[in-house]
Structure formats: C-alpha cells, structure tokens
Design a protein around this ligand. Structure first.
Ligand code: HPA
Length: 243
C-alpha cells in the first residue's frame, strides 16, 4: 500500500476534520442534504471535484458525511483515503439499489451482509482464491436493531456490486437472482474490501429505488421518505458505535 500524505489529490482536509464514522451517499447533493437536515454546526471539510464532505454533531456526537461518487473505482478511492490517511474507523454507505429478488419491493431497505461482484477489484490482493466481501457485524447488528425499532420493511442478505449499470448480457440478472442475491448497486464490494484491507469497519444500506425484474418504480417523494428512514438508521448506528 502506498504511503500518501494529506491533503490527498481527492480530499483537501486534515485527519482531525473527520469524525470516526462517515456516512457515504453516492450523490454529493445527498451529502449536503444529510448535513443540513441532521447535523448541527456542520462544516464543509471537502469539496474537491464537488465531492462534498461535512462534519457536524448528531445528538451531540461528531459524525461526518461525504459523497462517494458512482462505482467501485470512485468509492474505492474515497474509502481508502478515509480509512488509511484520515483515520476514519467506520464508513456506512447509504445508497440506492435495484431489486432482483421477488421478495424485495421498492422503498424496502436492504442491509448488505455480503457483496458479490462482477468487478476485478479483488485481483489487486493476489489471493489464492476468491474473497467474500462482508459487512462489519457490530455495525450491521446495530443497524438491524434500529431498522426493527423503526418498524420499516428491511431485508438482510447479499447484494451485487456491478461494474455495469447498462449490461449487455440479458441473462446476468437472472443468474444472480437464482443465487438469492437481493439487489444490484455499484459500490459496496469495494467498500467492504477496503475496510478489510485497511482494518476499518464498513456497512452498506440501500433503499430500493426500482425493481429490475418487475419494473416497479418509486416516485421522487417515496424515494425521499425511504431515504430518510435509511439515513436515520445509519445515524443511529453512528451514534451507537463504540470506540
Ligand atoms: N443497477 C445498479 N445500481 C442501481 C440500480 C440498478 O439497477 N438501481 C439503483 N442503483
């Protein structure tokens, strides 16, 4: 691993600017929304390439939120730098996903216990086999308890972190569905691998924005409501994580 110093090419901040836990939506505007809606005294700590990062207080505890951008290379860069250079301990992705399981519906929340992938990201580790990217159990347990307390519809299982949003192979989705994979998104596996390699903790939560097999979709308003539930679950998890 490289010994890079801060500020990095992607994050113009210092380690003290970030809290132990960073919530990570894909969209920079969502990062701003979370900071404005939930954090007191939120300060903008990064804005390189419009990847807005804020640190503020949630119920008196310091929490950061920073966007990841889309795809494994993008979240790979930001999560690596946060874990390795900025001393962040926990990263909780809060994103959207397309469902592929008949049991999962739009607006449901998925807790990604594991992340399958069609990406070559793991090849950098030169493992003599296949790595299974998984969530941090303590973060996942806290998030599940919070989801239960909220009474929202949620599922715990595998996601697929895909390198392609537009896939040329029409059979691929069905093949993953046959293996019980719940939904498709584009970042969790890289986040989980970086957490494993860097000694950090990671969790990915998704709200289901569309159903890839049935064509079910959400309205913008419904997306916002389920996004808010997921945010509150992630913030509760940040609040309860232990040093
Ligand atoms: N594919 C990949 N990522 C997604 C999707 C999808 O269909 N929906 C929301 N995020």
């Amino acid at each position: 691993m490289s010994d890079i110093l801060y500020p990095t090419p992607h994050i113009a901040a210092q380690p003290a600017d970030f809290a132990r836990t960073v919530l990570m939506p894909g969209d920079p505007l969502r990062a701003a929304f979370i900071a404005q809606t939930y954090l007191e005294d939120a300060v903008l700590v990064n804005n390189v390439r419009g990847i807005q990062g804020y640190t503020g207080l949630y119920q008196g505890k310091r929490v950061s939120v920073m966007a990841s951008g889309m795809g494994m290379p993008s979240i790979g860069i930001y999560s690596y730098e946060l874990f390795r250079i900025f001393g962040v301990k926990n990263i909780i992705r809060v994103g959207t996903a397309g469902a592929i399981s008949p049991d999962v519906h739009v607006r449901d929340i998925v807790v990604a216990m594991g992340a399958c992938t069609n990406s070559n990201y793991a090849s950098q580790y030169r493992l003599p086999g296949t790595f299974a990217p998984t969530a941090s159990y303590p973060l996942m347990k806290t998030a599940i308890d919070a989801a239960q307390a909220k009474g929202v519809r949620y599922h715990v299982g595998n996601c697929l972190s895909s390198d392609t949003f537009y896939c040329d192979d029409d059979t691929a989705v069905g093949q993953w569905a046959k293996m019980g994979v719940l939904c498709i998104e584009m970042e969790a596996a890289a986040l989980y691998m970086n957490a494993a390699r860097c000694g950090g903790n990671a969790l990915a939560l998704f709200t289901v924005s569309d159903h890839i097999l049935t064509g079910e979709v959400t309205t913008a308003e419904e997306r916002q409501t389920s996004f808010t539930d997921m945010m509150e679950i992630a913030l509760e998890t940040a609040l309860k994580e232990k040093e």
